[in-house]
Design a protein around this ligand. Sequence first.
Ligand SMILES: Cc1cc2nc3c(=O)[nH]c(=O)nc-3n(C[C@H](O)[C@H](O)[C@H](O)COP(=O)(O)OP(=O)(O)OC[C@H]3O[C@@H](n4cnc5c(N)ncnc54)[C@H](O)[C@@H]3O)c2cc1C
Length: 501
Amino acid sequence: MNTQSAAPYSADVIIIGSGAGGAAAAYALAKRGLRVLILEKGPELPRDGSTLDINRVVHEGEFLSRERWMGSRGERLMPEEHFNLGGKTKWYGAALLRFSPSEFDAELPYGARGWPIRHAEIEPYYAEAESMLGVKQHPCEKDLDRILNRLSRTTPAWVSAPLPLALSQNIVDNRIEATHFDGFASVSGLKGDAEVSFLATLRHMPNVEIRCDAEVTTLLPAVSARGTIDGVRLKNGDILRAQAIVLAAGALHSPRLVSRYIAASNPLLPAATNVGRNLKLHLLTALVALSPGRKTDLLRKTMLTVNEQFPHSSLQPLGFDGELIGTLIPKFIPRFIARQIGARAYGFFLQTEDGSANENRVLEITNPKSGEVTPVLDYDENRTPRASVEHRRFVRAFQLSLLKMGMPSFGQRIGLNGTAHVCGTLSAGDDSRDSVVDSRGAVFDVNGLYVADGSILPRISRVNPSLSIYAWGLRVGTLLGQQLLKPAPQFLREASVGMGV
Ligand SMILES: Cc1cc2nc3c(=O)[nH]c(=O)nc-3n(C[C@H](O)[C@H](O)[C@H](O)COP(=O)(O)OP(=O)(O)OC[C@H]3O[C@@H](n4cnc5c(N)ncnc54)[C@H](O)[C@@H]3O)c2cc1C
């Protein structure tokens, strides 16, 4: 190991954030014997059942972030973010899909940027992440099977396949967990997530420390070397230093830390103009399809459906039972009727890849009088017009096909608060003129700073992003680990001996 990793450092590597990217990078580094310190802003979630309670989770939003944001027109926003150990993965619906090889290429007319690596370079990390998370297919249940068969008979262009899920085979024996995994946090560890599948292994390792309630506010430049970051300041004022800092605070938060560093210490950073830009979050619609018969499927979210007339879009059932679907039914309908409708309905989640637009971004503005800092989410889907048109047509085509089968439906566009899939704000690329990090996750022209979370995604693809974030995190951790474990150059080793280190 590099002999420089000794005295002033709290660890070899500090990781900021414990979600998909952070946990995966930590795992890859720690298993190579490096000393890893994970700093997580939020607490560990309770295991008392409250994270499965529909009132506390859905109606009261008890586990959501309370951070106040502003939209581009000055409107108030409160993005649906989660600050807790394991990040948003504790709440995700566990649909873990690989992006297809062609989704690593640029598609410029659509506004989609290419990755700086090929699919083959991330493939081993996809496989490792799937194995760690226990990704598997679950049988298509009775009601869904009937709906999808009728759908493909009515409109053969709709093609369905099993959805890879990070759910234990035993989850169906636990009715509460089986009907509350999409948007809820498992109490029994029946869902593979960043905490259960990565951090649980790490917390028993002597070279790993995980600190919760440890919000990083500032990235600190090294005292002795210009253009190097080697430390962080926490909200409580503590300063911690390491050989390398891995940012994994999530795509709404990591770029704000980089922007603060640039403003304070490195305003001429070549990649500065790209920080926070190219934000993507998928164009999303939740749709409720109605039919006369009661629906009894448990998991529901077991199949993925595509239609190649809409090559950037896909749909999957919501993992919502009747009671939860009732919450999507417009409020003017009396609740007892909503419950009856919910019991007969099936929910679907339709997503379309949004391209990259430079103007879609996160930033922070400071009130010159009060000094108060407000984060801004400046996003307009009209800046990615092809995606916007495809999404509307995709939703309409699906609704029409459902109607032909005798299933009327209503859809609800997910607004800007719905940041579940947000990514792309520190985009990876080949060149600091249009990207922020290189193919290894290192921030261009800054020594010691790496990005492992969804911020790096150059393309979001037609499917859910988490598996690609885990895979990227594993790759960043692996490559950084190899770099840190390289023996120090001869002259440094001689100097160390001379200094008695
Ligand atoms: C309800 C829901 C359902 C979803 N379903 C799916 C799905 O089925 N499939 C899928 O692929 N994806 C799904 N997602 C999306 C998925 O959860 C995210 O894409 C993924 O978790 C993002 O990983 P990340 O590492 O970028 O960020 P996160 O998982 O958000 O992790 C970031 C972490 O950093 C911490 N943090 C933030 N700021 C700081 C700071 N300053 N200091 C220290 N720590 C900080 C946060 O508290 C958090 O723990 C879903 C999301 C939600 C909310």
